[in-house]
Design a protein around this ligand. Structure first.
Ligand SMILES: [Mg+2]
Length: 372
């Protein structure tokens, strides 16, 4: 299974709504930026990271794949994912310019493609290749009903629809208004409508400071919030530890962390209760497993962030013993051979060989962007 070629690609896929916003950004498309790795025995592996579909920065990622990583992979055995990960991540010139950011997002795409190849070569879905399923019932939570840009009426209606028509028992709602009492009122309206049995998580996307978070948590104390995701700036370990000590609402974070070392620091500080690694920001599946094992060793639940819209995390969550539930955002489901699917609030377990990362040829043709 020698590597014959590495070809980057960029897809800009339209969202389910015309546009959505959280507390930090507004977008109309999701960027699927990755690599196709072909082997001498005729297999093709796909891996990708997720972006805001911002073409100039997407092209930095594909340039890194094409110009920096592809020459290091040429002729290598694609099965050697661990050695190849280290070869790329610890390459002196590349780690000098980036142990995070562009180089790591590109590394994520490569690593996922290598795992896709490994599972395809074995003729089994990734979860099976990793060691088999821990459960036959992976519960989903719906994020796509809870954007900050939705009016309170739309938020309440969407939440009710997700619960009553689609069978979700868990939803996530964005918070982060300048005036947090607006967020409390929105959450009260949803809680009144969906009842006490539905689990409601919230996500601040790092917008507020510590005193704002503490005031918000005091006001939201009676709403039975399942977790408060990214309350503060992503790298603020001391702030999250202080918040965790001051509120019974569990803190969730990790989608903006690039390394197992960053997760170790947050866990050591008692700053996180729900651990949220993402294969698209960590260096792929290889580093995700290290983070999930770290969480397991601390008896902390893992709830991945879906930068790949759960195409890969559905495998990892069916397999890794620290996994609990998984995020569902159906933005890219029409563009893959085996899209992540939820029915009655439960994720289908993938059955095709690979990591569910192979895009449809039609989608590549229609939504593919020039690499520049
Ligand atoms: Mg989030």
């Amino acid at each position: 299974m020698k590597i014959a070629s590495v070809e980057p690609f960029i897809l800009h896929l339209p969202l389910t709504a015309e546009s959505i916003a959280d507390s930090t950004h507004s977008i109309t498309h999701w960027g699927v930026v990755g690599a196709k790795i072909a082997t001498t025995d005729g297999l093709e592996g796909y891996g990708f990271t997720g972006t805001h579909a911002h073409l100039p920065s997407d092209r930095l990622i594909t340039a890194c794949i094409r110009d920096c990583y592809a020459p290091l992979l040429s002729g290598e055995d694609a099965a050697d994912h661990q050695r190849l990960w280290t070869k790329l991540a610890r390459h002196p010139a590349l780690q000098w310019v980036g142990r995070a950011g562009i180089t790591h997002l590109a590394l994520a795409a490569i690593d996922v493609a290598l795992w896709d190849l490994k599972a395809k070569k074995a003729g089994v879905p990734l979860w099976s290749c990793l060691g088999g399923a821990r459960t036959d019932r992976l519960e989903a939570y719906n994020t796509d009903i809870g954007w900050l840009s939705f009016s309170t009426d739309d938020l309440v209606a969407g939440s009710a629809r997700a619960v009553e028509e689609d069978g979700f028992t868990r939803i996530k709602i964005k918070v982060g208004h300048d005036d947090p009492t607006i967020d409390v009122a929105r959450l009260e309206a949803v809680r009144r409508r969906v009842g006490s049995a539905v689990r409601i998580a919230i996500d601040g996307n790092g917008r507020w400071d510590l005193p704002t978070c503490q005031r918000f948590c005091a006001r939201a104390a009676g709403l039975d919030i399942y977790w408060f995701e990214e309350p503060m700036w992503y790298d603020d370990i001391a702030g999250h530890a202080a918040l965790a000590r001051s509120t019974p609402i569990p803190v969730a974070l990790g989608e903006q962390l690039y390394s197992v070392d960053a997760f170790r620091a947050f866990i050591a500080a008692g700053a996180v209760a729900y651990v949220q690694p993402d294969v698209t920001r960590l260096g792929g599946i290889t580093e995700y497993i290290q983070v999930a094992d770290l969480a397991l060793a601390h008896r902390l639940p893992v709830v991945p962030h879906a930068g790949e819209m759960s195409q890969v995390h559905v495998h990892l969550s069916y397999w890794h013993p620290a996994s609990t539930i998984l995020e569902y955002i159906p933005w890219i489901k029409d563009h893959f051979h085996e899209p992540a699917q939820v029915e009655g609030g439960i994720f289908h377990r993938p059955e095709q060989p690979g990591a569910s990362t192979t895009p449809l040829a039609d989608s590549l043709a229609r939504y593919g962007q020039s690499l520049g």
